[in-house]
Design a protein around this ligand. Structure first.
Ligand SMILES: Nc1nc2c(ncn2[C@@H]2O[C@H](COP(=O)(O)OP(=O)(O)OP(=O)(O)O)[C@@H](O)[C@H]2O)c(=O)[nH]1
Ligand SMILES: [Mg+2]
Length: 307
């Protein structure tokens, strides 16, 4: 029989485990993992001013590229573990290097996480290193969330990107939000579940949170302000998506069979907060594996000591 004090400790441990979200950010080099990491820190309140991967003289560098060589070259070389709290959850985030020379480090990191964030460049889609890392995730049945980044640059039509995820990765892709405007005219995202428009404003070098207007798609002022072509495209896409019958099943997500997809621009802080909210809602806490994950349990303990 457990004593009362022991029971309280066990309950406390259970609560602490429940509120943890341990995930890695993975992708082909340069898709924007470190930039997104920095913006997740900004939106969680862990930092007040976001740094840049390639910082100017007196500007802050991105928190997770802390090695001098990373700062001078503007690439990530090692995985960096960062911890922050957001709305009662404790996030353990591992920003990984994309370059294949350092991929051993990324593979090891993937043994220790409960989910992965896959960052895609909206113009490039699935690149070779992304595919390789995806294969590792699939082998380990790691649930994946997708952030399609760099929507502020001319890119591919969002439906093409979803199609590519399904065809190349063989995984279902369910959009949670949808881009408003494209390339330099990218203005925000439409939340497909809440049926809400989130229209962001840029800030100087994206160092601070982007002011956001939240409203209805049929608000005449919104329609006027975003301009005719962007508005028509958004309405057409939303109607098309409603008819396409996308449905997100949590069980399939947890098995790594289907991924929720979010759009945004990490550099301008567009779509970062909805993505952070999605992570909180969907990324699973640690739990007994439903399916065996090769190589996982042994390494997990070791890494957790440091987190
Ligand atoms: N236009 C645009 N550029 C971005 C965006 N996000 C990141 N970048 C730029 O893309 C480049 C690569 O960004 P990183 O965040 O270092 O990419 P990474 O995936 O961490 O790269 P590695 O760690 O070296 O694999 C940098 O010059 C960023 O400023 C974005 O949303 N839009
Ligand atoms: Mg990086």
């Amino acid at each position: 029989m457990f004593e009362l004090a022991e029971m309280a400790v066990i309950e406390e441990i259970k609560r602490e485990v429940e509120r943890r979200r341990t995930f890695a950010i993975i992708s082909h080099p340069d898709a924007g993992k470190t930039t997104l990491t920095e913006k997740l820190l900004l939106y969680s309140g862990a930092i007040e001013l976001a740094g840049a991967v390639k910082a100017r003289k007196k500007q802050r560098h991105a928190t997770s590229d802390w090695l001098e060589m990373e700062q001078s070259r503007g690439i990530s070389i090692t995985s960096t573990a960062l911890q922050f709290d957001y709305q009662g959850c404790r996030f353990n985030l591992l920003d990984t290097p994309g370059h294949q020379d350092f991929s051993e480090d990324t593979y090891r990191t993937l043994m220790a996480v409960d989910s992965a964030v896959m960052v895609l460049d909206g113009a490039k889609g699935i690149e070779p290193q992304t595919k390789k890392l995806f294969d590792v995730c699939r082998m380990r049945h790691i649930p994946i969330l997708i952030f399609i980044n760099k929507m502020d640059q001319p890119g591919r039509p969002p439906l093409d990107l979803l199609d590519e995820i399904e065809k190349v990765l063989g995984m279902g892709a369910v959009p949670k939000n949808w881009p408003i405007g494209e390339g330099p005219d990218f203005q925000g995202v439409y939340d497909l579940e809440q049926k809400q428009v989130l229209r962001f404003q840029r800030t100087v070098r994206g160092q601070q949170r982007a002011p956001v207007w939240v409203g209805e798609i049929d608000d005449p002022q919104f329609a006027e302000e975003i301009g005719g072509p962007a508005y028509r495209q958004l309405c057409e896409d939303v109607a098309l998506l409603a008819g396409a019958g996308f449905s997100f099943e949590r069980e399939r997500f947890l098995k790594g069979e289907v991924a929720p997809v979010y759009f945004g621009s990490a550099i301008h802080n567009f779509g970062v907060e909805p993505f952070l909210a999605g992570l909180k809602e969907l990324a699973p806490p640690w739990g007994p594996d439903e399916q065996p994950r090769p190589g996982r349990a042994r390494d997990r303990g070791l890494l957790r000591i440091h987190l």
